[in-house]
Design a protein around this ligand. Structure first.
Ligand code: SF4
Length: 191
């Protein structure tokens, strides 16, 4: 859950560095993080960028998690997933992608995650315009896959792998890409 917040607007390598600092300081537990001085938390997650905003979000999230669910993942993920999603979206700095990452990756709930890679690959493969509201693309995915967290997890991981390795914003490597055999169209000027 901490990773889902720290990974906002950065790459996983930076997240790993920030998470290593947090672990080394034994500050990964919600109760510890809720008590940690903001300046200390900012220093620990500095490698992830936007560390002031993220530290504030982590503080708010950890306090909420302790107060609402007693820092118990079992209690938290007993909540009906779409109800929990609404609760998460009510917290500052938690948008749909972060909320769904928490539900899917931390809670193994059957909820699809949509990210920039999903939008780009879907747009280039004529599955979406790419700028639809988040929930429209999420529904598109969920209507077509079995309602199984393992499937949503793998699907998202594969899109991230294709996005990172081949489907670059500029100069995508369609010749090498495993999706290259499917109809696609690359518009260089789009993100
Ligand atoms: S075939 Fe090209 S457009 Fe399609 S996912 Fe691969 S790199 Fe992107």
């Amino acid at each position: 859950m901490v990773g889902a917040i720290v990974t906002q607007s950065t790459n996983w390598h930076n997240v790993e560095r920030a998470m290593a600092n947090v672990k080394q300081a034994c500050a990964l537990s919600a109760r510890t993080m809720a008590r940690l001085r903001p300046s200390v938390l900012r220093r620990l997650i500095r490698p992830s960028g936007y560390f002031t905003q993220k530290a504030a979000r982590l503080k708010t999230f950890s306090r909420w998690y302790v107060a609402r669910y007693g820092a118990s993942p079992r209690r938290m993920f007993r909540t009906e997933p779409w109800t929990l999603r609404q609760e998460l979206l009510g917290l500052p700095g938690i948008g749909p992608e972060t909320a769904d990452s928490i539900l899917l990756y931390a809670g193994q709930q059957p909820v699809a995650v949509v990210d920039a890679y999903t939008r780009r690959i879907f747009r280039r493969h004529h599955l979406a315009e790419g700028d639809e509201p988040y929930e429209v693309i999420q529904r598109f995915v969920m209507d077509r896959l079995p309602e199984d967290p393992k499937v949503f997890n793998e699907f998202h991981a594969l899109l991230v792998a294709v996005g990172k390795s081949y489907c670059h914003r500029r100069d995508p490597e369609c010749d090498q890409c495993p999706l290259g055999e499917f109809p696609h169209h690359v518009e260089e000027t789009h993100a």
